[in-house]
Design a protein around this ligand. Structure first.
Ligand code: THU
Length: 131
């Protein structure tokens, strides 16, 4: 189970990443944070591109930031946005999250910090797996 204090930390970290979102096309800001087994947190925001398919979501930006520092032992992921909706990761991000743990909790939050927690297995049943 995730400690309430940790959840608050993750929500705050994801929120702080949102102003850095590069969103000239959608104006839809997303922030994400990733908790590692050593207790550290990495953050990310969405980075859009004129070639829309080249856009990188906040979740993948955060996971990549951690990987670049040699961190892949993920304990939890948090995603937030600036609307009333508790946003959930897109399909590509679900597959990327799945890569790092099939029981990972994903905290899905709205602008007010309200959230729901779903495991990645709930979000992505029958994920693609090479094994
Ligand atoms: N987006 C994310 O960053 N994460 C999600 O889970 C859903 C979508 C971004 C991609 C794009 O920059 C914008 O939201 C609108 O689709």
């Amino acid at each position: 189970m995730l400690d309430k204090k940790i959840i608050e930390k993750l929500l705050n970290a994801a929120k702080l990443a949102m102003p850095n979102a590069y969103v000239p096309y959608s104006n839809f800001r997303v922030g994400a944070s990733v908790l590692y087994d050593d207790g550290s947190i990495e953050t990310g925001c969405n980075v859009e591109n004129a070639s829309f398919g080249a856009t990188i979501c906040a979740e993948r930006t955060a996971i990549s930031a951690g990987a670049a520092r040699g961190k892949t032992s993920i304990k939890a992921i948090c995603v937030t946005n600036m609307t009333d909706t508790m946003v959930t990761p897109c399909g590509i991000c679900r597959q990327v999250i799945w890569e790092f743990g099939q029981d990972l909790p994903v905290i899905c939050s709205n602008k007010d910090g309200n959230y729901k927690i779903l495991t990645i297995a709930e979000l992505l049943p029958h994920a693609f797996d090479l094994n």
